[in-house]
Design a binder for this molecule. Structure first.
Ligand code: GLN
Length: 482
């Protein structure tokens, strides 16, 4: 067996037993990267030299001796700042941006001894569901190279799926960890809003953005969450909540756990194979002792409209900083105003421009209350739906994505179709809840399907517990593309 087939837990065993050195592990992953990157295009930047330095302990904190992630090769989504390594957000605007500082999550990974192999592709500024909005190239789904890997963390999910890293980090504003994990047949965990510091994450929609792990197994996601979770003085939105040992939840039985099945998430016209796989997964949870309970989330129908007003409004404000003056790309112009205009016209791609315009309109004077104000109110209703449901259940189970991976180009020309693919993930961000996607089956055409499990605020433990119990009772997570 190639070492690159292993996840964090498997590699730790091999390294602990002294059967391989971090450099041997890295050799195996780079062999895999060298054969797969050309086809899959998961990475925007490979940091080979730096990786071998990290794997030799040359970066020098002693983490390689004691760290929980000692010698584990990982990939990081390219909207998370890594000091002295390019962080592009897959945008022309930041094509040559080398951050002078490290994000909190990557500095915690470094302290734990991880090895950074590279930065992964995404939809420009994390806006999209397919990586087709990357300014550089589209990442391909390792299960079928004619299909998208999902997005926006498509590069991270594809890299984990193809064995180009042991695990990765993504960011999730409306589904960007869970949806690509689902479409690539790996695990993706979006923690509760506030659980993980966003210091050094390039902001898209600040009231929704969260960083989380994309891994081969649920246990690996728990290991990573242990490392990155917790209050950070550099991010005032990170919560001062105690951080339990999440790995303990992976291994507990789920007898008596009440699983909510929201009526609104099983709708006529949804993909039959997705529905079948998710219903079978719920049966499996029942076989493990869980108790299914029908629940209702009545404001689900408004989630997409609400999200696409709030997220674009916040994006229009966050992206105002890219003006060609402070940093990043600058186009010429005869005066300051023309420089601003040319810079933003040339530096941003079409989807980012569309969102800035939508958001600016929603925030404009005279319209603010009608759009942004209204959307905030609906957001509260969506949040209350979940609070109501969680009075009678411990966890909620839904599909992660309404369809399996679609073909490259299939939805690219129709933004609305693309936005609709976020239907099952977006409400969870609006409500700030933790959610995970775990593999739960395959279509007849051999494309992965994901089960989404949603928990109460700061109850990642139940999410991990149920996901792990389900995963261990099935073989879906063991399948890998050829
Ligand atoms: N697909 C959603 C969007 O385009 C979510 C993206 C994300 O979570 N970053 O906004």
């Amino acid at each position: 067996m190639e070492l690159s087939e292993l996840g964090i837990e498997g590699l730790k065993d091999v390294l602990d037993r002294g059967e391989a050195t971090p450099a041997m592990v890295l050799d195996s992953f780079f062999r895999r990267i060298d054969s797969a990157q050309e086809k899959v295009k998961a990475f925007v930047t490979l940091s080979r030299e730096q990786a071998y330095k990290m794997a030799s302990g040359a970066c020098g904190t002693g983490a390689l001796d004691t760290g929980i992630l000692a010698g584990i090769p990982m990939a990081i989504k390219d909207n998370i700042c890594t000091k002295a390594i390019k962080t592009t957000c897959s945008s022309r605007m930041l094509e040559n941006f080398i951050p002078p500082y490290e994000s909190t999550v990557t500095s915690r990974l470094s302290d734990a001894g991880y090895v950074l192999v590279g930065k992964t592709n995404l939809d420009e500024f994390a806006m999209g569901s397919s990586t087709e909005n990357s300014a550089f190239f589209t990442t391909r789904n390792p299960w079928d190279l004619d299909r998208i890997p999902g997005g926006s963390s498509g590069g991270s999910a594809a890299a984990v799926c193809a064995g180009m890293c042991a695990a990765a980090l993504g960011s999730d504003t409306g589904g960007s960890i869970r949806q690509p994990a689902s479409l690539c047949g790996v695990v993706g965990l979006k923690p509760t809003y506030g659980r993980v510091s966003r210091y050094g994450l390039v902001a898209f929609a600040s009231s929704l953005d969260q960083i989380g792990p994309i891994t081969k197994t649920v246990k690996d996601a728990a290991i990573l969450l242990n490392v990155i979770a917790g209050r950070d003085p550099l991010d005032s939105t990170s919560a001062p909540m105690p951080v339990p040992d999440f790995t303990k939840a992976a291994g507990m039985d789920i007898k008596g756990i009440r699983v909510g099945i929201p009526r609104e998430y099983f709708i006529p016209g949804m993909d039959k194979e997705v529905e079948g796989a998710v219903r079978a997964a719920i049966k499996q949870l029942e076989a493990l002792g869980a108790v299914p309970v029908e629940v209702s989330l009545p404001h689900t129908a408004y989630a997409i409209a609400t999200y696409y007003i709030l997220a674009t409004s916040e994006a229009s404000s966050n992206l105002a900083r890219y003006d060609g003056v402070k940093y990043g790309f600058r186009a010429g112009g005869k005066d300051l105003m023309e420089t601003y205009m040319n810079t933003r016209a040339e530096g941003f791609g079409p989807e980012v421009k569309r969102r800035i315009m939508l958001g600016t309109y929603a925030l404009s004077s005279g319209y603010y209350e009608a759009y942004y104000g209204r959307a905030q109110q609906v957001r509260t209703l969506i949040k209350k739906d979940f609070e109501e449901a969680f009075k009678s259940v411990d966890i909620i189970a839904t599909p992660t994505s309404p369809t399996p991976a679609f073909k490259v180009g299939e939805k690219a020309a129709d933004p609305l179709q693309m936005y609709l693919s976020d239907i099952f993930t977006i409400s969870i961000n609006l409500a700030g809840l933790p959610g995970i996607s775990v593999p739960c089956g395959f279509t007849g055409g051999n494309l992965p399907i994901g089960l989404q499990l949603i928990g109460r605020h700061f109850d990642e433990e139940t999410v991990i517990r149920v996901a792990h119990a389900y995963e261990q009772s099935t073989d879906w997570h063991k399948r890998r593309p050829g």
